[in-house]
Design a protein around this ligand. Structure first.
Ligand code: PRP
Ligand code: URA
Length: 208
């Protein structure tokens, strides 16, 4: 699992525990998901390129920095939307592309129903956002969709990863790093992550 980066931090462990807890309400789930994503943004964006410029402090001239990469955030609908605002609060000039995918309950294969992207995918720093990497089918399909439109510099930001999903993604897209808050044990026979947190979209939007 060489493409997997698990971001290890006490505050991240605390927040995952709150998301796992079935008694956490949708209202609190959204708040904690957003806060947890904020804790992960720094690691996921650590390879952003900078440009330098001169700034005058009240005391002297010095070097300042601005981000040089154009960032495109790609939340996978629905659950990815729960992480989007955290990214936008740190990168307010990012563009957002949306991709709508749901898993067919019988086959567990992703079915696409929506896509809309900003231009310049080929030159941008692209972050695919989805809290759950289970079988990996949705992430593989979303990333393939982006590559078919010339995106080249892609990473996946998730919260809970299953070993099966990490392995599938590494096979299909070995160039794409995966950032996760935790690597869980396994999938159950319905494709849910164990111990997991349940259906992320349902937990966020109260559609249980
Ligand atoms: C969830 C999740 C991922 C997908 C992961 O979405 O947000 O997109 O499942 O599963 P996979 O790795 O096995 O493909 P879901 O299909 O439940 O759609 P939703 O967000 O609209 O509820
Ligand atoms: N999608 C989810 O939302 N949760 C899982 O455990 C697996 C797929």
């Amino acid at each position: 699992m060489k493409n997997l980066h698990v971001i290890d931090h006490p505050l991240i462990k605390r927040d995952i525990s709150m998301l796992r807890d079935k008694s956490t309400t949708s209202e609190d789930f959204r708040i904690v998901l957003r806060r947890l994503t904020s804790l992960m943004v720094f690691d996921v964006t650590k390879d952003l390129r900078l440009s330098s410029y001169k700034i005058e402090t009240p005391l002297e001239l010095t070097e300042g920095y601005a981000t040089a990469d154009e960032v495109i955030l790609v939340p996978v609908l629905r659950a990815g939307l729960g992480m989007l605002e955290a990214y936008l609060s740190f990168i307010p000039n990012a563009k957002v592309g949306h991709i709508g995918l749901y898993r067919d309950e019988a086959t567990l294969k992703p079915v696409d129903y929506y896509a809309k992207f900003p231009p310049n995918l080929s030159k941008s720093f692209v972050i695919v956002i989805d809290p759950m990497l289970a079988t990996g089918g949705s992430a593989v399909a979303a990333i393939q969709y982006l590559k078919d439109r010339e995106a080249a510099n892609i990473r996946l930001s998730c919260i809970v990863a299953a070993p099966e999903g990490v392995a599938l993604l590494e096979k299909a897209h070995p160039d794409v790093p995966v950032y996760a808050a935790v690597l869980d044990r396994e999938l159950n026979k319905h494709g849910y992550i164990l111990p997991g947190l349940g259906d992320a979209g349902d937990r966020i939007y109260g559609t249980l």
